[in-house]
Design a protein around this ligand. Structure first.
Ligand SMILES: Cc1cc2nc3c(=O)[nH]c(=O)nc-3n(C[C@H](O)[C@H](O)[C@H](O)COP(=O)(O)OP(=O)(O)OC[C@H]3O[C@@H](n4cnc5c(N)ncnc54)[C@H](O)[C@@H]3O)c2cc1C
Length: 388
């Protein structure tokens, strides 16, 4: 990955908006009712940051994915995980399929306002009966005249209480669970859509996550993204940018908590010396930083291949798996070195510990990543490559 002056300039823009518009309010939003998505997205939209790799025709910058990667990495500089995640939902989870496979009219109606930051978006795949087994989801969208009539519910939907529309995955026919689904844009204000109360989460507490219920919700069939029955495949492809986002946005957050913990360990003395002078501690930081750099290399390589138009399912799954595990390791190690202070709610390692736990669960749990990697390695039982 060779970054140009344009990449550096973009990084600076993202950093400035975080320092000016997000970090000063972060604690208040986390300890209050959550962050105001329209206000924050409006500011990001004006700077073009919600459409970096989206088509210029709909207000995007039309740049390649390496620029989106720079933004994702920089989002790790936000004081906690919630807002980066909410932004990631907008740029890398709810809109990639629409941008790539949506009809022009659909993009004008829904993608353009999302890029401008006027609309807040959400991705609605998981259901209370299970998020890992996407093919088994139960929500249906039955054809009636020119409409779909949607019934079912979705669970743990990020941005839901503020969303203007949902990118919904539903069964549009009977038959093979991999070929009977479609992605459909459902405006939140449509009759029959109800957003449930905010869920009380362990971490990511500045963002809203809610159940969403669909009862005889009628939307025109033209709200479907791509061909009918292709939704499972399109969502699997859309997941690749979600997983790369998860890995890329974890890097700076880890470095930030390590830096804060190093500063504390230089200051804090036990047995007549600073904590940092214990070899077991300074070696641990060196180990963790080495792991972060290895992850960064993997993420950059995956991004490069994505830019080149290659299938990055393997690399994105590996990056997500590694990131999910490493953020847990880093936040746990750092929390330990803060001692009792680390166990306090407002401590940076404590927030990182709470927020980072999600990465091994959301967007495909670690075990799902391992299953994908095994499948591609040809060692998943029942899917082994035939030996010659
Ligand atoms: C804060 C938060 C935000 C979220 N945001 C969204 C969102 O915006 N949109 C959305 O659609 N979803 C969202 N999710 C849902 C998330 O993607 C799911 O929670 C996740 O996919 C796991 O699904 P599940 O919780 O139903 O776990 P299950 O599918 O019930 O699995 C439970 C656990 O079992 C293990 N497991 C599962 N399958 C296997 C297997 N084959 N082999 C071995 N182990 C296995 C894994 O460890 C997994 O964590 C969010 C979740 C949270 C907590």
């Amino acid at each position: 990955m060779r970054f140009t002056d344009e990449h550096h300039q973009l990084r600076k823009t993202v950093r400035e908006v975080i320092e000016k518009e997000i970090n000063p309010c972060y604690d208040e939003w986390e300890n209050g009712d959550g962050f105001p998505a329209h206000q924050v997205f409006g500011k990001l939209g004006k700077l073009g940051l919600l459409g970096i790799n989206k088509p210029e025709k709909f207000g995007g910058m039309g740049l390649d994915y390496s620029y989106q990667l720079v933004m994702d990495e920089e989002l790790g500089a936000i004081a906690g995980g919630s807002i980066g995640m909410a932004i990631g939902v907008q740029t890398s989870m709810a809109t990639p399929a629409l941008a790539r496979w949506g009809e022009e009219e659909l993009k004008a109606e829904f993608l353009a306002p999302a890029i401008a930051g006027e609309h807040v978006t959400a991705i609605a795949v998981s259901e209370v009966s299970g998020g890992s087994d996407v093919a088994a989801l139960k929500t249906t969208a039955r054809k009636d005249g020119g409409d779909y009539v949607i019934n079912g519910s979705k669970m743990w939907i990020t941005n839901a209480s503020q969303a203007d529309w949902f990118c919904l995955l539903a069964n549009t026919s009977e038959g093979s669970p991999h070929a009977n689904k479609s992605l459909i844009i459902v405006p939140a204000k449509t009759k029959g859509v109800t957003v449930g109360a905010k869920l009380d989460k362990l971490g990511m507490r500045a963002s809203d996550t809610c159940p969403v219920y669909f009862e005889d919700v009628r939307v025109p069939q033209r709200h479907r993204i791509g061909q009918e029955g292709m939704g499972f495949m399109l969502q699997m492809m859309q997941f690749q940018e979600e997983r790369l986002f998860g890995a890329a946005s974890s890097l700076k957050g880890m470095e930030k908590v390590i830096a804060a913990t190093i500063a504390y360990c230089k200051d804090r003395h036990t047995f007549g010396q600073p904590l940092i002078d214990n070899q077991v501690i300074h070696f641990r930081f060196a180990e963790l930083q080495t792991e972060i750099e290895s992850l960064r290399s993997l993420v950059y390589r995956a991004a490069e291949e994505h830019v080149a138009g290659k299938d990055v399912t393997m690399l994105a799954s590996m990056a997500k798996l590694k990131a999910g595990r490493l953020v847990r390791e880093v936040s746990d190690a750092c929390l330990q070195y803060w001692g009792g202070m680390g166990y306090m709610w407002d401590n940076p390692a404590s927030r990182s510990f709470r927020d980072s736990r999600l990465l091994s669960i959301g967007g495909g749990a670690d075990e799902i990543m391992l299953g994908i990697i095994c499948k591609l390695m040809g060692i998943l039982p029942g899917k082994r490559k035939k030996t010659p």
